[in-house]
Structure formats: structure tokens, C-alpha cells
Design a binder for this molecule. Sequence first.
Ligand code: CA
Length: 228
Amino acid sequence: MPTEDAVVVIEDDAHIADLVAMYLRKDGFRVVVAGDGESGLAAVERVRPVLAVVDIGLPGDLDGLDVCRKLVSGGRVAVILLTARDDEIDRILGLELGADDYVTKPFSPRELVARARAVLRRAGRAAPPDEPAAAVTTLGDIEVDTRRREVRHHGDVVPLTTREFDLLAYLVANTGLALSRRQLLDGVWGADWYGDERTVDVHVRQLRKKLGDALPLATVWGVGYRLG
Ligand code: CA
């Protein structure tokens, strides 16, 4: 089913860019390719895509991290980063860029398209119009508001990335249960997620860093995590 949704692919490797563009087009997206950060940002301005696929290693003054930062702060566009090495992901997450997903090269274009679909599905259900009003859960000093997608600590909003929030909301929905990393991956990232279970640990680490001791999240040895 073709859609009108546009994707801007910002990648200087023409072979990868073409391949990604081809698969996205086959999946019904309108695709615009840019070879560097500046023209990529200009394309996003012009095309107003639902998604930007951004390679981290870009030539010119703006690398992929700069581009991601600008796109995320501008809001309204989902971002998938292409990374050259798996160990870059920790570093990227440490920078709290707020990208929606990460794909490590080499990747299959099919996988990227699946990720793109998953990111857009999540973005679409981020604020369902008919969600009930009673959506605030209190965990000690923390309030998790799933309707406004907001986490407050002593009343102050704690900035979380989309995925960090989804993970916390999932834990909240399953308070008191020990959840395996696999369960968390399936529940938060979706069954079409191809990453490994370490991804969960990385995001938990971010949540703990941002919420500190206020977060009553226990590591259940040999299993995963339990909230409350
Ligand atoms: Ca590159």
C-alpha cells in the first residue's frame, strides 16, 4: 500500500544511499537522498519527511550527530542513525541525541525498512487521541504521565528519549514483575527488532542515570529487571 510519506536519506556513500532509497521506495515511501549534512537539513526543510535516515560519518562541517541533534531539537521528524560500528551505539546513547533507532553497518536494507516502519508505528501511537485521562503513575518521587509522555521528578520534567520513555512506561505497566530482556525487547522495541539484548541494558543505564536513586528499578540476576 503506497503512502505519501517522505523519507530523507542523508548518506555520503552513494551505493548505500541508493540501496536504502530503493527499498524504501519499494515499500511506498517518497525518498530524497542527500550526500552531506547541509544539503540533508535543507532537504528536510523542503520535503518535511516523516523520517530521516542519517549516517553518522558525513563529509563537511556537519557530521551525522550534528544533523541528528538539529533534527531532534526541531521535532516532528523521526531519526534513524546509521553507525559504522556496534560500539558507537553506547557513545551515541551517551550523547542523548534522542534518535529513535540505530542501525549498525553492514545492515540489510530490508531490516532498515522494517525498523523505519516500527519507528513510525511507535511515533503514530505516541499520543492516541482516545487514551484515558487517568494516566499518571507515581513511583516514589517520580511521576510517569503516559498521556503527556512526561516523566517528572519532584515535579520537574526529566527529558527522556522516545525509547527511554517507552521502556519506562512498559516497566510501569508491569510493575512488580520480573521481566526478561527478551520480554522487554519484544514489548518495547517490537517483535521486528533485530538488535541484541544488550540494547535493553544500555537504555536501563540511561534511565538510571537520568532518574538516579528515585527509580525503584531492580536488576534481577539471570533474568532482567523489575520495577517496584
Ligand atoms: Ca559515511
